[in-house]
Design a protein around this ligand. Structure first.
Ligand code: NAD
Length: 290
């Protein structure tokens, strides 16, 4: 396939490289001066999109996605597919899908889980929203860039799945970290805490697979001085998107709201910026009750 790829940062760069390695003809564009193995660089987003069967975007946020979409949609050929893999607000995803449909294009919102390691290794999970035809067109590319793609529903459903998953993840990480800090103060060893909880009803992905306590459970960013991993800043971004969505549809999400507030405090007023999101544990460790 002829593929345009716009946004070749930490995630987009390796994803584009994997598509090129699989034999696709990939033309890329990024505002920054980047070079990606096997990817020809175009002078603009519109040039990268021209004549492509599929254009993939991997951008920082919804405002940038909207601007890029306005630029590239007129350059795309009717019947081609616009596949946005960025994490953005549901409203922007749906607005871009409407514009694409008006121009006779297929579109999919397909945010990912799996981080930079998943992007490099081609093991991402895609959560996709769009028509069946649009998903079918993008699916062979998801196969190359990832290990699993779930067609979640119509436009916006991929972003909805992503922010709901990450709202659970953020709140669960906080609960796991505060429980470890309480256990410390109660004189319970972290090894015993892990042993019990990881096989009891308090188990979770954050405890069992990504344990925030160093030296306990499987290897995780806690064992690497809390270098990300999944940065607290990115968790904050996703928690804000989940609250923006909850406000838009009048959903009561008190745990998600609290998780957003705690990550905002951690990233903006404490020392959480640039740390893994599991660094909430040392944060709680240092604190007493307010
Ligand atoms: P990044 O900042 O490394 O990459 C974004 C790229 O977009 C940059 O290279 C930037 O120069 C480029 N860009 C910005 N504006 C542009 C424009 N107008 N035209 C062309 N290029 C433009 O970010 P990333 O870590 O690659 O994340 C990309 C997306 O993936 C985000 O939405 C993020 O939330 C999501 N995501 C990231 C991770 C992760 O672990 N990094 C995990 C899951 C999802």
């Amino acid at each position: 396939m002829k593929i345009g790829f716009i946004g070749l940062g930490n995630m987009g760069g390796p994803m584009a490289a994997n598509l090129a390695k699989a034999g696709h003809e990939v033309t890329g564009f990024d505002m920054a001066d980047v070079a990606i193995d096997g990817v020809a660089m175009a002078p603009s987003g519109a040039e990268a999109a021209k004549g492509a069967d599929v254009v993939i975007t991997m951008l920082p946020n919804g405002a940038i996605l909207r601007a890029v979409a306005a630029d590239i949609i007129p350059a795309m050929t009717a019947g081609a597919a616009l596949v946005d893999c960025s994490t953005v607000d549901v409203e922007s995803a749906r607005a871009v899908a409407d514009q694409a449909a008006a121009a006779g294009l297929l579109s999919v919102d397909a945010p990912v889980s799996g981080g930079i390691g998943g992007a490099a290794g081609g093991t991402l999970t895609f959560m996709a929203g769009g028509s069946t035809d649009a998903f079918a067109k993008a699916d062979p590319l998801f196969d190359i860039m990832g290990q699993k793609a779930v067609h979640c529903g119509e436009a916006g459903a991929g972003q909805a799945a992503k922010i709901c998953n990450n709202m659970i993840l953020g709140a669960t990480m906080i609960a796991t970290c505060e429980a470890f800090a309480l256990a410390d103060k109660l004189g319970l060893s972290r090894d015993k805490m892990f042993d019990v909880v990881s096989t009891s009803s308090g188990y979770s992905w954050t405890m069992n697979a990504y344990c925030p306590a160093p030296g306990v459970g499987p290897q995780s960013p806690a064992d690497n001085n809390y270098q990300p991993g999944f940065a607290a800043d990115l968790m904050l971004k996703d928690l804000r998107l989940s609250q923006q969505a909850a406000e838009a549809v009048d959903a009561d999400t008190p745990m998600g709201q609290k998780a957003r507030d705690l990550y905002a405090q951690f990233v903006e007023n404490e020392d959480g910026a640039g740390m893994d999101f599991s660094a909430m544990l040392p944060r709680f460790e240092k604190r007493g009750r307010d």
